[in-house]
Design a protein around this ligand. Sequence first.
Ligand code: SAM
Length: 481
Amino acid sequence: MAKYNPKSLIAEEFISDEEIRATLEYAEANKNNVELIDAILDKARPQKKDNGTFCTGLNHREASVLLACEIPEKIQEMYKLAEEIKQAFYGNRIVMFAPLYLSNYCVNGCVYCPYHHQNKTICRKKLTQEEVRNEVIALQDMGHKRLAIESGEDPVNNPIEYILECIDTIYSIKHKNGAIRRVNVNIAATTVENYKKLKDAGIGTYILFQETYHKESYLKLHPTGPKHDYAYHTEAMDRAMQGGIDDVGLGVLFGLELYKYEFAGLLMHAEHLEAVHGVGPHTISVPRIKRADDIDPDVFDNGIDDDTFAKICALIRISTPYTGMIISTRESQAVREKVIKLGVSQISGASRTSVGGYTEEERPHDSEQFDVSDTRTLDEVVKWLMELGHIPSFCTACYREGRTGDRFMSLCKSGQIQNCCHPNALMTLKEFLMDYASEDTKKIGEALIQAELENIPKEKVKEICKENLEKIQNGIRDFRF
Ligand code: SAM
């Protein structure tokens, strides 16, 4: 049996099944140990140091004890702490993005995904560069500045050259005041050489969901195709980092395996990246299985209810305080509202999960990857967020200023985030209001910006931000700190 070693580059050593099982036993044995639970919660609390606030986070064993704990008052404490940590590092900002599906050709046999190659009913599509252009214009016209490109795995139909060409096309399109300023990439595990190419193409985060950390289940859930190779998939983030990409995004597809197992695996993966590369994951996504073309989510036994889902989100926030958390339109408005408070920092809006979906008048279902629960327009989502007291942010500054990997983490830890991310959020929201918002949204947004300007600590930064807002009002775009 493989010995647990977070510094190893071998999948079965840094995600050790033995260590996960021991963790789950330890968590179960201590789930009513109030003294230990209190000590873990205390360890995770934000602390003041020099000018900033810092958090130590929790390791997979500590976090698993909290996940196992079912004492209602302790769960409320976890929620409160998650909210506090969210406030300390992310304030009330929520970064907006949209997925862009390039191709649903796929050679894999993933049993939960409608793109699996045996599916003969789904309409297979791959965007031409002209179609990419039209989709991007449609996304720009909604107000999006940040995309996550998505594609099935198919070396013939969607080779890396195709993905790179699409990225070039996306960045090149300047339509009215629109621009896509950050392209994140969610494509199958690949080689160091290909990760270098993605890095050179100027991508933001490389995102790859592990789906499940349980090797035996992984092999059954991915019976055929290159994705069947558990080690190659699990070690992908190390290759991405070797290729120079220092912002990587992890995720588990909740519903496939027992959530406590997945949660421990996810945190062990984050600890491994920190141990080997000196920087943890930039983001963690928390998708749950959804209905799709020939996929019935009820076939999978491990679905989790909304309360468990919220607890997982809160505990990810507590355990990895400097890692962004992403929630997609797989979740309903009500669930999104709950987990945004508990620590989610990025959400998608007005998503179409079909290839070519943004240029269709009606939401198409023939090539969709999954059913969308939150079907509101971007303007509606932005308005809703502001009414709840959040600042929708279209900021893409960090990676364009070279603040990636540990440089981003230092910004988080230094206390300067409020002088940087906060004004950037206000300026990019102002752009949205000027160029894309409805009258109602604009009114709420202008008032919010005026009120939130007062929350910029440094006078000098506040002054510059005010000047820039004035310039945006007069038609100039793209300011950042
Ligand atoms: N093909 C790439 C890969 O293999 O990693 C990534 C792109 S895939 C379009 C994005 C993610 O969608 C997958 O990693 C999976 O977690 C998720 N997904 C697949 N089927 C789903 C379903 N039925 N419901 C919800 N999410 C699903």
